[in-house]
Design a protein around this ligand. Structure first.
Ligand code: SF4
Length: 413
């Protein structure tokens, strides 16, 4: 019988330095394997009956693709219990060695045709209702939403972030605070909306069981994202959070451009738990090239000042910052992570994903070895600055679907 990661872990034969190679098929280093999956995505054969459940005909419109590069993947649940947001419909997938298949009743991630890791996909019932327009499940228990699918930088020629597809689909969507709060209250209070269909249980039997709800999703946090407002402010976030706070006690994470201290205090008073200012790239030359509009309005020193102020207001380990691997030399990403940590934020390094429809759709994929270099440095930086990513109560780092951070902390890479 094929041994998977969990079998091997219990036999204590995982090796920290093992590479993604033929040997790795049977001795996976889980952090490295997840990193490679995040870099290269996963294929699903169009002949499989579950193909369309995993590979949408088009990206989610109306804000469901969110800002940045994360909202466009499929959320897999890996056998060690962590989620992975993997690319499933980009052109680079043709060269991915990874494939998802259900084989004899078990969901498998295959590498070059060999089983490496069990996985499944869980879809909550509310994804088939109107509430899905407002709130989507991310990871194992994040209620994620984008307040708008517009961004001031996308509306200015040449100013938008090159990797981002927030405005895909053409329609303009804004979620009023009351509508969002209502969606979250319904999802939290009506357990039938949180019943999840497990893809492997549904298709893993000879005859698909279309109704096979298996378990209930337990919400852990709320993750709010948006495009940038014309005034660069955070008023929409404050209104949305205040409305949600009236109906929910879940920790709330938000992702914003760096505001001043009074706005940070207003967000805290409204009920924000965790805050993320996404640096994206560090070196000035690459910032000008990759995030031209945002960089003009928000130079990197503004990010670091906001992180330091936010740490005072939101507390230790409640400030984060995405930084993208593969859009600048790895040593610049490492320098950026150190600058984030020095300012009191937890860096969230994420492998770049070239999204169809973005300006960077044809950019090369990040190299695994660069990503490994970054994640090794990340672990050292976390220790050096005495940060504790496991203490973050809301937001992308807590979810862990876009990064291998918990795996790097637990197993090394
Ligand atoms: S600021 Fe950049 S990443 Fe954020 S929504 Fe606008 S274009 Fe996208």
């Amino acid at each position: 019988m094929t041994k998977s990661f969990v079998d091997l872990k219990s036999e204590n034969i995982l090796k920290e330095e093992c590479k993604i190679s033929e040997k790795d098929v049977h001795t996976p280093n889980i952090a490295r394997l997840k990193t490679d999956l995040l870099c290269r995505g996963i294929r699903v054969s169009a002949s499989e009956p579950y193909y369309r459940e995993l590979v949408p005909a088009k990206y989610g419109t109306g804000g469901k693709s969110r800002a940045g590069i994360a909202g466009s993947g499929r959320n897999f649940l890996l056998e060690h219990g962590e989620p992975a947001n993997l690319g499933v419909r980009q052109s680079f997938l043709e060269s991915s060695p990874y494939e998802f298949r259900i084989i004899e009743g078990e969901g498998w991630i295959l590498r070059e045709g060999e089983k490496v890791l069990r996985a499944t996909v869980r879809t909550p019932a509310w994804h088939s209702t109107a509430w899905y327009d407002q709130v989507q499940l991310h990871g194992n228990g994040s209620l994620a939403t984008a307040l708008t699918n517009t961004c001031v930088y996308k509306s200015r020629p040449g100013a938008g972030c090159k990797f981002c597809i927030i405005d895909i689909g053409g329609e303009v969507v804004r979620h009023p605070p009351e509508a969002l709060a209502r969606a979250i209250r319904e999802i939290e209070t009506r357990s039938e909306l949180r019943l999840a269909v497990d893809l492997v249980k549904k298709y893993g039997t000879p005859r698909p069981d279309q109704s096979a709800p298996s378990e209930t999703i337990e919400p852990v946090d709320i993750n709010i994202n948006s495009g940038s407002e014309p005034d660069g402010g955070t008023g929409l976030f404050a209104e949305a959070v205040a409305a949600i706070r009236k109906v929910s006690n879940l920790p709330i994470g938000i992702q914003v451009c760096p505001p001043g201290k009074p706005e940070l205090e207003r967000l805290r008073s409204a009920g924000v738990t965790e805050i993320s200012f996404n640096l994206e790239v560090y070196h000035e030359d690459y910032r000008r090239k990759v995030i031209p509009g945002k960089n003009r309005d928000h130079p990197r020193e503004k990010y670091f000042r906001a992180m330091a102020e936010a740490r005072e207001i939101f507390g230790e380990n409640q400030v984060e910052s995405w930084i993208i691997i593969g859009l600048e030399p790895a040593e610049e990403t490492v320098a950026g992570m150190e600058a984030i940590a020095r300012s009191g934020g937890i860096p969230l390094p994420k492998p770049f994903r070239p999204l169809l429809g973005s300006d960077f759709a044809d950019q090369p994929l990040p190299r695994l070895e660069d990503a490994v270099t970054v994640y090794r440095a990340w672990r050292e930086i976390i220790r050096k600055y005495k940060l504790d990513p496991l203490a973050t109560r809301a937001g992308c780092g807590r979810c862990n679907g876009c990064f291998p951070l918990r795996e790097v902390l637990e197993y090394g890479i």
